[in-house]
Write a protein that binds this ligand. Sequence first.
Ligand code: IVH
Length: 689
Amino acid sequence: MAAKRERETAERRIAALVAELHHHNIRYYLHDDPEISDAEYDTKLRELQRLEAEWPELLRADSPTQRVGTPPRDEGFQSFEHRVPMLSLDNAMDASEFEAFDARVRRLLDRETPIVYVGELKLDGAAVELVYEDRALQVGATRGDGRHGEDVTENLRHVHTIPLSLPESAPAGRISVRGEVVIPQVAFARLNRRREARGDDRFANPRNAAAGSLRQLQNVDVERLRSLELRAYQVAEGLPDAVTTQWEALGLLRTWGFHVSEECRRCEGAAGAVAYHTEMEARRETFPVEADGTVFKIDEFSLQGDVGTLPRAPRWAIAFKFPPQQATTTVRAIDVNVGRTGALTPVAILEPVFVGGVTVSNATLHNRDEVERKDVRVGDTVVVQRAGDVIPQVVEVVRARRPKGTRRWVMPEACPACGARAQRLEGEVVTRCPNLDCPAQLKNNLFHFASRSALDIEGLGEKLIVQLVEQGHVKRVSDILQLDAQRLAGLERMAEKSARNLVEAIERAKDTTLERVLIALGIRHVGAGVAELLAAHCRGDLDALMQSPQEELEAVDGVGPTIAESAAGFFADPRNQEEIERLRKAGLRWPLRPAAPKRSGPGPLDGKKLVLTGTLPNLTRGEAKSRIEAAGGKVTGSVSKKTDYVVVGADPGSKAQKAESLGVETLDEAGLLAVLSAEVAPPSDADED
Ligand code: IVH
């Protein structure tokens, strides 16, 4: 009986952890916007691994321990299949865990003598694969879920440490090189400063900044790409037979023109490895690029093969993490920030303290539950941490040092900026200020409205917005579009010329696209990607979009129930309707998008579902998709029994195999064109064919 109950408890905990880790994977990999620190993530992952080891029969196929990351998003970049999977690494948190790894390796190899490892820095960036054909760069892709990544070749071409071609000394044929795309600390700090000035969210860490830069789809910021660097660490395909060790492979990468971390070193046995790790940890502040640990790989490839690989990570390598950078300090006050969407975020105001290379004077406490759980009080001594994260976190309270007479902190009942009664909705962790006219929200909304991905109003920065709001010139977002030079000239530090420039910038920004308008409106869950989907769906017709019921929005490919509910709710609110009307009256305009070419009568692909995989010889994916849609068909992301055709190009993904196993008909490009032209082409053309 007791055993059964224990098993049930484990099963429930496993289910909860799987769901939670899945959520965090999506935040991390898809949105480049993690909610928790790496350390917290690792703790959860390890708990799950432990439970699964204890209850092997409870191991679920969808467990995050069975794979890395998250599959690439459907919309946007082409999917790229890694012929050799890009694996993850297991972690060691301290010397004893590293020694356990080394002991296992020696047990597996049945060896007493020390193993030679190559020690490398674990750079905190985005892993990429670069494929060369006959020495010319063909494709560069992100790791994605390890099997399929995103083809970000065009963006990677701007990274100047990526050789576009290899020297003659490299073999012909296919070569795959892997490495980490990183952003140097200096460039990272600059990027975040710029984002903040624009009212965009900061990147939580250099890795998210690097990954986010690589995955820019539109209005690609080339400067940002140029600030990235590649450090190569692996040849995954095309390694000459003569190269038999990792150490030699690193040397070869250098001769091919790649940057390889200078800190790489051969280390003998666990003692040598731990010494290397300790030295790197002492030097970590001096590296131009953030490293969050070291990586050790068995040097001899033949021994790597003997030790083997598990589905998620090799057994011949391990990441040895640096401890998070922590310090203790005291809490002077707990303030509440009001975000753009009215979210009230408690922030600990700290006695300034130096952690991980920066002075920290405040740390987010996330939300009410978090403060309650940690029981952080004014006057407390707390441990703060910067674990690769740039947003410092309060880890815990040092209870022993709590002064007498402190009081539990309570979330204020009113918004600190406008006094409106704060609300917390059922099932949400966030407390919000419901007042749409709240000045704090208004300021943040204005930053967002003017930011680059939204209306991109040049020169409308933070200081100006604060003045405009505080002096009552702007009471709602739409007022911005009505500012005239006279009113602006009255502001502090605003010369006539800059006032004129700003008015011109506002005028320019009025001519825009629906996609930018949707971003600018600040609808929750509607970021750039979703805005594009919605704008395309309604073909630029905002009225049509506003009248679409939630179910219709949900039916848009890439739009889930949360987004649909949020957007429909936003448009249903009369205050938002009025504001949209005011924006239009103030001159905000955007073009309708041309409808797909009209068909005369029924299309040849009416009601048919098609899936595209691989690269077609002539048509781009976008062209193929719009032609199929013009012919009445629908392009979907995955193959099922309901799929009518799978269009297969070069280097197809697993979708081609799936089609075969399900008996779904496949077409090549010529076949697709034939199906399409069944009706679309006029008879005279058809005769000539
Ligand atoms: S080797 C099977 N070497 O860490 C080999 N990875 O958790 C797997 N990383 O996806 C990768 N520095 O993004 C390797 N010197 C290094 C690395 C490194 C950073 C990252 C990489 C990988 C992740 C594994």
